[in-house]
Ligand binder design. Structure first.
Ligand SMILES: C[S@@+](CC[C@H](N)C(=O)[O-])C[C@H]1O[C@@H](n2cnc3c(N)ncnc32)[C@H](O)[C@@H]1O
Length: 420
């Protein structure tokens, strides 16, 4: 049994405490942009353990959503960073950082971590230890590529997925905001209300196919223009429904020619015919990317996020390691509101800050590579100036605005030299 008194993962060096070099944040005003409008947006250049510790105190319990995309430890040397460390070193690196991230999260906050098969299962156990197994929310599978090219020659089935681990700081306080994804027409909706304007009691139902044939129309043509008239019948559940509904179901069975309605406050009305519920196609339509679409709730299988074609997002090239803005947008929408603080301590090309900015959230990013200056700064300047038309810009109707402050991490003893 370890420090946490539970089942835990053990490795050489686990209990070694990282060197303690407390750093302070020193603004580099030349790299900050429109800082008078920064509204708390912060970009930190340097190692994230030092950066996170410098944020602790002021930001403890204040961050609503953390998204990190750490090196997966794939054994590759990428153009912008090295992704090959000894397994136990990787675990220590993650553990030290996750412990600080945990303290920064607000009571109703959540953390989302991208990872692949290599370290996923070790990371899950590590996170259980730090965040508490009871706060594990879900592991989502994200299709990121197709089985073509060099990947197809690996032994075994082709690996085309990433995973996304999600933990709440405190699952009881976490307020999940359901998201929707577009789906094909739901063929179970195969009936049409022939006399919709006549009044509910007298509604007459005909097969949708007959209506379309008679009118010479297609489903596609009417599903968005007449969704209130397209319906399906569904067996009602007796369990868990109130007495009033149960009585109405029986009444509806006894009077098969009439439609019955139970009007309800703060809940959708219930429509019944022949003891069956009437479900309307209009209730399947949700606002997605600015338009009403046939939708279903997002599950833990994300097949609808295109990774192809993201190379140009943000106007910066970050080969193989950039995440799609649409994916980060979904995470932020599920877990935060405008004005909330979003944090990414493995910022890469700055996707998280870029998306958070366009979604009206405040953001904090930390990146140790030179690309903090060469990629993130120009990406954000483009967004602030309203020149970025990539990623989610169109769907959120991005017009520009805001600013950020750029910080270096320095030892307090050297502050005097920096201030000269
Ligand atoms: C996979 S990339 C993140 C890509 C990012 N999600 C994007 O869309 O551009 C991981 C990043 O973490 C950075 N990184 C790795 N270790 C770090 C550390 N100790 N401190 C700060 N950044 C680090 C790397 O330099 C790299 O840019």
């Amino acid at each position: 049994m370890g420090k946490y008194g539970k089942l835990e993962l053990v490795w050489a060096g686990k209990e070694d405490t990282p060197p303690h070099n407390p750093c302070v944040l020193l603004e580099d005003t030349e790299k900050s942009y429109k800082s008078e409008e920064a509204n708390g947006n912060i970009l930190i250049h340097g190692d994230n353990l030092l950066g996170l510790k410098a944020l602790a105190g002021e930001y403890t319990g204040k961050v609503k959503c953390i998204y990190i995309d750490p090196p997966y430890n794939t054994g590759s040397a990428f153009e912008y960073y090295d992704d090959r460390v000894e397994h136990s070193q990787w675990l220590s690196l993650m553990r030290n950082r996750l412990e600080v991230l945990f303290t920064l999260l607000s009571e109703d906050g959540s953390i989302w971590i991208s990872i692949d098969d290599g370290e996923c299962h070790y990371l899950k156990i590590l996170c259980d230890e730090i965040f508490g197994r009871k706060n594990f929310v879900i592991q989502s599978t994200i299709k990121r590529s197709a089985p073509t090219g060099h990947k197809a020659i690996n032994q075994g089935p082709v690996q085309v997925c990433d995973y996304l681990l999600c933990y709440a700081k405190n699952k009881q306080h976490w307020n999940y905001k359901p998201q929707y994804t577009e789906r094909d027409y739901d063929k179970a909706y195969n009936q049409y209300i022939a006399n919709y304007d006549k009044g509910v009691e007298h509604w007459r139902f005909i097969p949708l196919k007959s209506f379309l044939k008679k009118e010479g129309k297609t489903t596609q043509e009417i599903m968005y223009t007449e969704p209130e008239k397209i319906i399906r019948f569904a067996q009602p559940h007796f369990e868990g429904v109130g007495r009033e509904t149960r009585e109405l179901i029986l009444k509806s069975k006894e009077n098969p020619k009439r439609v019955f309605v139970q009007r309800r406050e703060n809940h959708p009305d219930i429509y019944l015919v022949k003891g069956n519920r009437i479900l309307f196609y209009k209730d399947k339509l949700k606002l997605i990317d600015g338009g009403y679409k046939t939708a279903e709730q997002v599950t833990n299988l994300w097949l609808d996020i295109p990774f192809q074609g993201i190379a140009k997002e943000g106007g910066v090239v970050f080969k193989k390691n950039k995440k799609p803005e649409k994916m980060v947008q979904r995470i932020i929408e599920m877990s935060s509101d405008p004005g909330d603080i979003i944090l990414d301590s493995f910022a890469g090309s700055g996707t998280t800050g870029a998306v958070a900015h366009k979604m009206g959230r405040r953001w904090i990013m930390i990146e140790m590579g030179d690309h903090c200056r060469t990629h993130i700064v120009p990406r954000l300047r483009g967004i602030i100036d309203g020149e970025d038309l990539t990623g989610i810009s169109k769907v959120v109707k991005w017009q520009g605005g805001g600013g950020f402050r750029y910080y270096q991490l320095v030892l307090p003893s050297t502050l005097g030299q920096h201030n000269k």
